[in-house]
Design a protein around this ligand. Structure first.
Ligand SMILES: NC(=O)C1=CN([C@@H]2O[C@H](COP(=O)(O)OP(=O)(O)OC[C@H]3O[C@@H](n4cnc5c(N)ncnc54)[C@H](OP(=O)(O)O)[C@@H]3O)[C@@H](O)[C@H]2O)C=CC1
Ligand SMILES: N[C@@H](CC=O)C(=O)O
Length: 644
């Protein structure tokens, strides 16, 4: 006889993949096995009382959880895997079904060399725990038998600790036990799913997603993997794992430092694409702060970027202690809906720029698991913070060349730190703006090619200048055009002096494995000697016309030999050196064929020895550079678990 039961719940449409108040885009699960429902219930999800499941398992009765006020929703079917229909089989096969958390726990760690191989130690520990009536939520023992760790409700931990001190005082005095340690303010996060714990890759993905949360692991059954996290990180951790297993969007909290030409264009692009990224690609980018050199804007000052409302939920105990009886509902985070107004709002409501505060504001939020700081300044002081940010678990993306072209030992330390940490550091736009230069070089190196030489026109500004400085044009006018087009550095002398190209040469040289300092690169400086000390970029631009004649002479000389002037950078990997200089090329040379702000970069390698691999295209300008940074942000989202 086939029997089935409809369980009606007044509140929910079925069983969610996570508490929807904590994970805004938790999904209703179509099917669960009895064991999965049991695990979800045990670990805090309000599915069924664990004891309700015992008789239905015994008699194999399918259960459907539905909403009494929404019968159009098909709800969640809980049954034995063998009886589900074909259409649900695929869903059933998903290894990870959902995540639950239990808050208000403490960990107890009993540790000591005298525990190993001594029969009765565990019994003595848990006997003492039983005597004070405490409920043990999970247990883990080190395979060395040197420690036993278990979680109990926070309100019971004091009694447990006293009981253990009393039972083991002799062993503690004799140093057979080194400590009975209490770690307060913990939460348990459990991943639940059929055969999940024994499926290769599930644990790795889980721990990768949790890299920042201090986790403590116990694989207790085929159906669950349990991790202890700091209570303040529990929502972040829940959201991180939920999105890693494609159950919800990959959410990234961001701050943009330096909303100048490039930074503000990036903000415009983010604003335009936000909805599409959410709908089409499951990526949710949340700009939570914007900081210039004087003013900054944080989301809750302005309500423009992210508005969090607090909702009173009397029946929920989770956050009652911390938040005066209020539960922060993730559903009420309203995102980016006025991001396009950031300029006006910065004027109206901006506060004094404070780097530490904005970093804490963005990274210190308890809801969004991933943080990225996007440095769109040209400032070396800002760049000197990357190490600290990476160490804190904050990802860094930048078009700023200062960190990678600064002192070699600092660069090497930064790269080493980044590799050891679970954080990402992307800087594609530092060379060639939006062109794939660094990724191409990486691809060659990682697939075993050997770089012999990288030669190219690396400056959009100098490319534009020498592509247009002809037919009787005046040098200073062309420089002003390049500046107006947004190709130059904040101070155009950084372009004309060759230092910007030298920085790119150093970045590529170091990427290729050379240990060079910026000062090792001979650079031909095009800034007229008397203007090198001008007090500002403006003063320099005003004075530049006085020196037009000098450049016109150099140009005429080249033209008289049928040649053009091009400002090039060379990384001579074979000979471990580099150079940056103005060269003359015949008019049929590929470097003579460029237009606008084009960069052209030729990689001569062991594989591409006779015919170099060439990347060419606009190498400066607001849209392409911001696009390159945006691309790095999306690469980060993919690394963090967004579908690729
Ligand atoms: N232009 C291009 O085509 C390309 C540029 N780049 C790189 O992009 C970066 C930005 O260039 P661009 O936008 O043209 O420069 P801008 O001068 O237009 O913008 C620089 C921004 O940085 C801010 N800033 C400067 N110092 C600080 C600080 N200490 N703290 C916070 N904010 C600061 C400025 O703020 P405020 O205005 O308040 O002073 C401004 O918002 C540079 O590193 C450049 O090399 C890379 C590839 C191509
Ligand atoms: N000023 C630079 C901008 C990109 O790095 C250039 O002109 O190439």
């Amino acid at each position: 006889m086939a029997v089935s039961t409809n369980l009606m719940d007044a509140n929910v449409d079925g069983v969610y993949s996570a508490d929807p108040r904590k994970v805004g885009d938790a999904v209703i699960l179509k099917t669960l096995s009895y064991q999965e429902a049991w695990e979800m219930s045990y670990f805090g999800a309000n599915v069924l009382h664990p004891r309700t499941i015992i008789p239905v398992i015994r008699y194999g009765i399918p259960i459907i959880i539905r909403n009494v006020f929404n019968l159009s929703s098909s709800g969640t079917k809980i049954c034995h895997p063998s009886i589900i229909g074909d259409e649900d089989k695929q869903i059933f096969k998903n290894y990870v079904k959902g995540f639950t958390t239990i808050d208000n726990l403490a960990l107890v760690n009993v540790e000591g060399t005298g525990m190993a191989g001594v029969p009765g130690t565990a019994s003595a520990i848990f006997g003492a725990v039983k005597d004070v009536g405490a409920n043990v939520i999970m247990i883990s023992q080190a395979s060395s038998e040197h420690s036993v760790c278990f979680a109990v409700p926070e309100k019971e931990v004091k009694a447990v600790a006293e009981a253990l001190q009393s039972v083991f005082h002799g062993a503690l005095d004799a140093d057979r036990l080194s400590q009975v340690a209490i770690i307060p303010n913990c939460s348990i996060l459990a991943a639940v799913g059929q055969k999940m714990a024994s499926t290769p890759g599930v644990s790795a993905s889980l721990f990768d997603a949790l890299a920042k949360a201090r986790g403590f692991y116990k694989g207790c059954s085929e159906y669950n993997i349990t991790v202890v996290v700091k209570r303040e990180d529990s929502i972040k951790a829940l959201r991180a794992v939920h999105s890693r297993f494609f159950l919800s969007r990959t959410t990234i909290a961001m701050a943009i430092i330096g909303p100048g030409l490039i930074g503000s264009t990036l903000l415009d692009q983010l604003c335009d694409q936000a909805a599409n990224l959410k709908e089409e690609f499951n990526i949710d980018l949340r700009v939570m702060g914007i900081m210039g050199s004087k003013l900054m804007l944080l989301e809750d000052d302005t309500h423009i970027i992210c508005l969090i409302q607090f909702v009173f939920v009397p029946e929920e105990g989770n956050f009652a202690d911390d938040r005066d009886g209020c539960l922060c509902s993730i559903d009420h985070i309203v995102l980016g809906h006025k991001l396009d107004k950031w300029r006006e709002l910065r004027q109206e409501k901006g506060e004094v720029a404070n780097l530490e505060k904005i970093v804490q504001h963005v990274h210190g939020n308890h809801f969004i698991p991933n943080t990225v700081l996007v440095d769109c300044t040209a400032d070396s002081v800002i760049a000197s913070n990357y190490e600290d940010w990476l160490r804190k678990g904050i990802h860094v993306i930048t078009p700023n060349k200062k960190a990678n072209s600064g002192p070699l030992y600092e660069y090497l330390r930064l790269r080493a730190l980044q590799r050891q940490s679970y954080t990402h550091y992307f800087y594609e736009a530092t060379v060639g703006a939006g062109l794939p230069i660094i990724s191409t070089l990486r691809g060659l190196l990682e697939t075993g090619d050997r770089i012999l030489q990288i030669e190219g026109i690396f400056s959009g500004t100098l490319s534009y200048i020498f592509n247009n400085f002809k037919d009787g044009r005046v040098f200073s006018e062309v420089v002003a055009e390049a500046r107006d087009a947004g190709y130059t550095e904040p101070d155009p002398r950084d372009d004309l002096s060759g230092i910007d190209v030298a920085r790119k040469v150093i970045i590529l040289a170091r990427e290729s494995g050379l240990k060079l300092e910026l000062s090792d690169i001979p650079v031909e400086n095009l800034v007229p000697e008397p203007l090198r000390g001008s007090s500002s970029a403006e003063e320099f631009m005003q004075q530049l016309p006085k020196f037009d004649e000098e450049l016109t002479e150099i140009l005429k000389d080249a033209e008289s030999s049928g040649e053009v002037l091009r400002y090039v950078g060379v990384v001579d990997v074979s000979n471990e050196k580099g150079v940056v200089e103005l060269r003359r090329y015949k008019k049929d040379h590929p470097f003579a064929q460029l237009s606008g702000s084009d960069n052209i970069i030729a990689f001569t390698t062991r594989r591409y020895r006779n015919q170099p691999l060439i990347v060419r295209g606009p190498g400066a300008g607001a849209q392409v550079t911001a696009g390159g940074i945006f691309n790095d942000i999306l690469r980060l989202a993919t690394y963090l678990g967004a579908p690729s």
